[in-house]
Write a protein that binds this ligand. Structure first.
Ligand code: FAD
Ligand code: NAI
Length: 473
């Protein structure tokens, strides 16, 4: 006997579970299957995918703990607070992180119950199509559905000759679960994971060296921000080497040795633990896409159009398994869009206004175009850049590093990009996203009353600075 649904979602991450909830809200009978690599020690299935189990949420929990530790060690004294003998118990920190993960993943089970989404525990793979229904094997059961949403996410990319055991050589999973602070931590890849997790363990006392293949640091970011970030991270003690070619990696009693070609020729990095964070690859293994003729492109992604439609009628794909930035909020936006399109509504995801955030200290956040992109596209723009140093709230907070930069079209004044490096950049960027989503001009941002004293006043001032009329800088 098969189970029949209007919509079957394959994958229970932020793309899949959000799509399932929205489709159920719109009146469809919905199932969401999850192959469940993240079962808890009792074998209880966990929803939430990479984001909740081994990504966004656990990394931010560790970032917060390490931030507090570093502040207690180095920033309290200036306030007149003495905190002598501050120490870190890593298992307690990791335990707190695990509690948050359990709380949130079980929360999704509750949301499924509330919205009447059927959660199915098992790997989903296409079998065929009959009578207008797609047949998908979930574990040992056959499920049939008119619409299928593929939301199978991504997994870490590993490098040949560097075997990840998640004990000594780790990807993101192992790097979130160290049982003590490594004395020397090596990181391959100065991307988002390398910078965030490198920061966690550096704050706790590890000597961190990052080896990056690209010749430029953070080439994807606005280069003004990238330069400031490199300066600040280096001052904090992260040793970042760019333009590196990784050679032989060996493990022995003394830890890991990474041989590499750097700007000074052949070199060696020795470390106690190594994190390999060189990007992620889409999860299409075992989906049996061939059974229905689902098109997978040369990058291993499910091929989709702007509305996440695949080459097959009523088969959709969202999140990390398709083109675009691998971000949880992008996956969820696409999930909502697809559910609404299935319901005949006008679902839409604006890829131009998806914010990016790096949760280092200071935080880095951006939306829209970088200066180098606008130059390459020949777009005339007017920049407005204001440092946090000119802001009373940032000074009161005890960290006034970084700046806000607004890039507006020179002719129309429409905001084309906003780039922030500074305290709470992750929260400040939302105002820029709203402004851009409503096709706002820098003058609009400049005319909005911002509460005082707040960090958001720097966004206001940077918008004014586009027309050379900032008031406090
Ligand atoms: P996933 O979250 O990967 O979920 C896919 C799910 O599908 C998985 O649970 C998988 O088990 C399941 N699955 C796969 N194949 C099958 C199958 N055949 N049948 C059934 N189930 C299947 N993004 C942010 O926006 N902000 C952050 O701060 C952030 N931090 C991150 C930190 C780290 C360390 C990492 C690794 C990632 C981070 N990300 C962050 C990225 C974010 O986690 C992903 O973009 C997001 O999880 C993608 O959602 P998804 O639903 O597409 O895929
Ligand atoms: P990434 O794509 O951000 O960075 C990978 C880095 O590794 C790049 O700088 C790349 O040049 C480098 N690299 C690739 N091959 C290399 C090699 N052989 N030797 C040395 N360096 C090499 O990927 P990362 O950090 O693994 O993260 C994966 C994805 O997860 C991110 O792209 C992002 O989408 C998501 N993520 C998002 C976060 C956030 O939103 N705050 C946090 C963490 C991850």
């Amino acid at each position: 006997m098969s189970k029949n649904f209007d919509v079957l979602v394959i994958g229970g991450g932020p793309g899949g579970y959000v799509a399932a909830i929205r489709a159920a809200q719109l009146g469809f009978s919905v199932a969401c299957c999850e192959s469940n690599p993240y079962a808890d020690p009792k074998g209880e299935p966990r929803l939430g995918g990479t984001c909740l189990n081994v990504g966004c949420i656990p990394s931010k929990a560790l970032l917060r703990s390490s931030e507090l530790f570093e502040e207690a060690e180095h920033s309290f004294a200036v306030h007149g607070i003495s905190a002598k003998g501050v120490s870190m118990d890593v298992p307690t920190m990791v335990g707190r992180k695990n509690t948050i993960v359990t709380q949130l993943t079980s929360g999704i089970k509750g949301l499924f119950r509330k919205n009447k989404v059927t959660g199915l525990n098992g790997h989903g793979s296409f079998v065929g199509k009959e009578g207008g229904l797609y047949q998908v094997k979930v574990g040992s059961e056959l499920v049939q559905a008119k619409h299928v949403i593929v939301a199978t996410g991504s997994k870490p990319r590993h490098l040949p000759g560097i075997p990840v055991d998640n004990k000594v050589i780790c990807d993101n999973e192992g790097a979130l679960d160290f049982d003590s602070v490594p004395k020397r931590l090596g990181v391959i890849g100065a991307g988002v994971i390398g910078l965030e997790l490198g920061s966690v363990w550096r704050r706790l006392g590890a000597d961190v060296t990052i080896l990056e293949a690209a010749p430029e640091f953070m080439a994807y970011a606005d280069q003004d921000v990238a330069k400031e970030a490199l300066k600040l991270f280096t001052k904090q003690g992260l040793k970042i080497n760019v333009g590196v070619k990784i050679g032989k990696v060996t493990t022995g009693k003394k830890g890991v040795t990474v041989e590499y070609e750097g700007k000074d020729g052949a070199q060696k990095m020795e470390c106690d633990k190594l994190i390999v964070s060189v990007g992620r690859i889409p999860n299409t293994d075992g989906l049996n896409a061939e059974a229905v003729g689902l098109k997978i492109n040369e990058r291993g992604q499910v091929e989709v159009d702007g509305h996440c439609k695949t080459n097959l009628e009523n088969v959709w794909a969202v999140g990390d398994v398709v083109r675009g930035p691998m971000l949880a909020h992008k996956a969820s936006e696409e999930g909502v869009m697809v559910a609404e399109l299935i319901a005949g509504q006008a679902g839409h995801t604006n890829m131009e206004t998806i914010p990016g955030v790096i949760y280092t200290h200071p935080e880095i956040a951006w939306v829209g175009k970088t200066e180098q992109q606008l130059k390459a596209e020949g777009v005339a723009y007017k920049p407005g850049k204001v440092p946090f140093m000119a802001n009373g709230r940032a000074l009161g907070h005890g960290d006034a590093s970084g700046f806000v930069k607004v890039l507006a079209d020179a002719k129309t004044d429409r905001i084309l990009g906003v780039h922030i490096i500074g305290v709470n950049a992750s929260e400040l960027i939302s105002e820029a996203v709203v402004a851009m989503e409503f096709a706002g001009a820098s003058e609009d941002l400049g005319r909005i009353c911002h509460a005082h004293p707040t960090l958001s006043e720097v966004v206001h001032e940077a918008a004014l600075a586009c027309d050379k009329r900032s008031l406090h800088f």
